[in-house]
Design a protein. Structure first.
Length: 476
């Protein structure tokens, strides 16, 4: 019981709200509510008895109350709602199949995942109750590097995959004799290699196309592979990382506070997909590890799976029940078509309105992307600046091989392009600062990017034309 002597469900909602269920199913739903309430009481007692700071304890109790309200409302809705795409009326006979027995463990998992903040020199610093999640989210944001000693196992496993593929491809090509023994020898030594040798061998098979990579030691190359932002020479990088850090942590806190893990192969986690995944039982997002690119693409994978953690956080029972319906449909599709689970799942659920996957990726994910976009004005400005920088690099080469009279035209038009871009950026910064809500900020960023691309196209079409007005790009 809480300090007011009332259960979490009673604190979470008014008595009138609790009784607003379909009259035909009142007894059934109330029985379920009592069962859920008892389980939440057990969790509440665990929190009260735990040895955590009082501030943390209070925050967990508040989360428990909030979650209990969502669950109770979900139960009240189950008696009468129909899921889009199925036209199924859910009554008492079906409500008995709601996996109430699993709710307690799910509630505990969600309650022990907790995002907290503290102020350091005027900036919010975030942390998750799960240390690995804190580290990985900071790494995705470019604020930390992955710890080599923790993730060298990923490198060793990936090197085994690389060499296995090499051995398969070389067979039957006529090059088996010189190459197979080399591949086999390296494969058998992978687990016994020290860090330096591991990095050297890994670089030999994966590090192509850069003289800078060739100069790296084995350890340096492995650290490069684990670095989410290898282009640390960029002056804007620290600003961009801080902005992304604040944005990702804000989304993490608003989308169910899931744990985050990197996995080499999701099959290791008993998940059926070979893509980024979400496990609602433990409230955990799994970002798949493709060598060297895991964190450079980790942001998009994280956003995609945050849609599921928000889904199950906002509607725990409804989402679990919808998942049960989806699984039943997939099994029927497998029986009807002979397809395996993965193929039938993908073919059916991502395009089916009302399904877990359709709701997450067609309805929730776009909104999260829009919110992320609205939180990243400096990224939009960097996008504009990079356009100018890229064109300057191209121009330098063109001037080198142009006649003298053309060089002046190219230089003048480039200067005009740069001035117009700077003016666009100033207007954008002013409009963004004055925007009062997320939708306005998203619209402003979208318009700015469109204006940038239009200006770039104008410049490319006119950069070889003589400028009539030194302040403008040439026209006509």
């Amino acid at each position: 019981m809480n300090r007011e002597g009332r259960s979490p469900l009673e604190v979470g909602m008014d008595s009138s709200e609790r009784n607003e269920t379909n009259s035909d199913y009142t007894l059934e739903i109330e029985a379920k509510q009592q069962e859920v309430e008892q389980q939440f009481e057990e969790v509440l007692e665990e929190i009260e008895a735990s040895e955590v700071p009082e501030e943390t304890k209070q925050r967990l109790i508040e989360k428990l109350v909030k979650t209990s309200k969502k669950v109770s409302m979900s139960l009240a809705l189950i008696g009468s709602m129909g899921f889009a795409g199925y036209g199924v009326g859910i009554g008492a006979s079906v409500a008995t199949k709601v996996p109430i027995d699993q709710l307690s463990s799910i509630a505990r998992e969600q309650l022990i995942t907790d995002v907290s903040t503290r102020d350091v020199k005027g900036k919010k610093v975030y942390s998750h109750s799960d240390e690995t999640t804190t580290h990985l989210l900071n790494a995705v944001a470019g604020k930390e590097k992955l710890r080599l000693e923790e993730y060298e196992g990923f490198i060793r496993a990936d090197l085994k995959k690389v060499l296995t593929t090499r051995m398969e491809r070389v067979r039957g090509t006529g090059f088996e004799k010189p190459l197979l023994p080399l591949f086999q020898k390296d494969y058998t030594r992978i687990d016994s290699m020290d860090i330096e040798e591991l990095g050297t061998v890994y670089r030999m098979y994966t590090g192509f196309g850069s003289s800078d990579i060739d100069k790296m030691s084995g350890r340096e190359y492995l650290e490069y592979c684990l670095d989410p932002n290898p282009n640390t020479h960029l002056n804007d990088q620290e600003v961009l990382n801080e902005e992304l850090y604040q944005a990702l942590w804000q989304l993490e806190a608003e989308c169910g506070e899931p744990k985050i893990r990197l996995v080499l192969d999701p099959k290791d986690t008993n998940l059926h997909s070979s893509r980024d995944s979400y496990d609602q039982k433990t409230n955990t997002i799994f970002i798949v590890w493709p060598y060297k690119d895991s964190l450079r693409r980790g942001e998009s994978g994280l956003i995609a799976e945050l849609s599921h953690s928000k889904q199950f956080s906002d509607k725990p029972l409804q989402s679990r029940y919808q998942q049960w319906l989806d699984a039943d449909l997939v099994r029927k599709e497998m029986k009807r078509t002979g397809l395996n689970w993965d193929t039938a799942y993908d073919k059916l659920l991502y395009s089916l309105p009302g399904s877990i996957e359709h709701e997450a990726h067609s309805e929730i994910e776009p909104k999260i992307h829009e919110q992320l976009e609205s939180l990243l004005p400096q990224r939009a400005i960097f996008f504009a600046k990079s356009m100018v920088s890229d064109e300057q690099s191209t121009l330098d080469l063109q001037i080198k091989f142009s006649l003298k009279e053309k060089q002046e035209t190219l230089t003048n038009n480039m200067q005009a392009f740069r001035r117009k871009m700077e003016a666009l950026i100033k207007v954008f910064e002013k409009d963004y600062q004055e925007a009062s809500d997320q939708n306005s900020k998203t619209t402003i960023i979208g318009k700015f990017k469109g204006d940038v691309m239009s200006l770039l196209e104008e410049y490319k079409q006119n950069k070889f034309k003589i400028t009539k007005d030194p302040g403008d790009l040439a026209s006509g």
